[in-house]
Structures are given as C-alpha cells and as structure tokens.
Ligand binder design. Sequence first.
Ligand code: GLP
Length: 239
Amino acid sequence: MKTIICKNYEEMSARAAEIVADVMKADPACVLGLATGSTPVGMYKKLIDMNKAGEIDFSKVTTVNLDEYYPIAPDNDQSYRYFMNENLFNHVNIDKTKTYVPDGMAADPDEACAAYEALVKKVGPADIQVLGIGQNGHIGFNEPADALEVATHVTGLTESTIKANARFFASESDVPTKALTMGIGTILSAKKIIILANGAAKAEAVKKMLAGKLDTSCPASMLNLHADVTVICDEAAVI
Ligand code: GLP
C-alpha cells in the first residue's frame, strides 16, 4: 500500500480530491465508489469547488455508495443518502438517477443486498473507491469479526461503532443497530482504492492496517490484497 502523510486535514482532503478528479478527467463516464462519515467531507467540498470552477464534470458519472443504516428513511438527516445529497450531489452537475446507495427502507434487506451487489457488478466495477476507516478498523460497515463477508450484506453494528457514530444522532439509542454494506470482496473489486484517515483516534486502526497482516479484527487490513491502494492520512493518524 502506498502511504501519503499530509500535514493536516485540509491537505489530506486536497490530495484525495486531486486523485478523484484525475480519475474523472481520464474517463468522464467513470464510476465513483463513495463513502460517508466526517472524514471525506473536506474532499467533497474540494470536488464541489472544482466542479463549480469547470475543472471536473459529473454529468456522465455514476456513483455507488458503500453502505446505509438499516432501517432508515432516505429523508432522515442521518441517512447516508441524505448525507450524500447534502455533501456532494446537491452541489454538482450529477444526474441523481445514477447515484446509488443501498436501500435503508427495503422490505427484505437480504434481497436488497443481493440486488445491490448485482447492481455494483452491472454498473461497475468502480474506477475508484473512496474509503474512511472506523476507529476499530472497519471499512464500510464491515466490522471486526472472526470471518468477514465477501458480498453486500446486512450487518449488526458493534457497540464501539454505535458509540462513535452517536455524535451525529440525538442520542445513542437513536443510532440504528443494523446496516447494509458492501462486503470486502465488493470493495476490493474497485480498480483503485483510496482510504482517508485523520486524527489520533484513527492511529491504532491505521497502524494495524499497515502491519502487513490480513487480520479480520481490522477489516481494513484486507486492503493489502489489492494492488492499487493509497492511504492518505494526516500526521496525527500515524504512530
Ligand atoms: C462510519 C461509516 C464508514 C466510515 C467510518 C468513519 O460508520 N460506515 O464508512 O468510514 O464510520 O467515520 P468518520 O469518518 O466519521 O470517522
């Protein structure tokens, strides 16, 4: 894995946006694999600025998001669909019918996961997948476990993830306890992957990811199986 250590969040966001922009310039009809969470917000701001400046065009772009809480309505301000609209899609010239997020309201979540896996295969693979990393090393909502899932699946959230994400909700009890998430295999099917991490809270997870072992207690370590992964982090996330 290639590692880029940036001075701060601002620089990390700018480097990540440049890499995504390069993919978009090389193929205006590219497929972007996108992530939510606080980490990529700065990168999305840079991409919005570049789009407004006419440097990048989203009109032919397709996007596939990593995950969604379950159950959650798309208009709930904590849903990942809402997040993507607010932090990127509403501000760029993208065709929203080509933006995909797993269905947080599906009557049959297992069926919705199988359909999402098929969709990613059909429109994809993603030319680039953007990832954040959980404090416990999760990617998407692939939580540490004895065995990791290959394909898109329904998952329970760990206590530590519920606690970490409670900051966005009115209270901890409002955090959904389940999610629909791409599996490790779905993520690894992307042609190129960038993973962003900032702040000391991510340092342990980053260290474990870079330790050169495939360790299911740190799902991000599975990225070592991919030939084109760039870790972009700030100084605080490196120990
Ligand atoms: C969330 C998301 C992940 C994200 C991670 C880190 O639970 N499912 O895709 O990368 O946790 O979030 P943050 O960037 O807010 O630290």
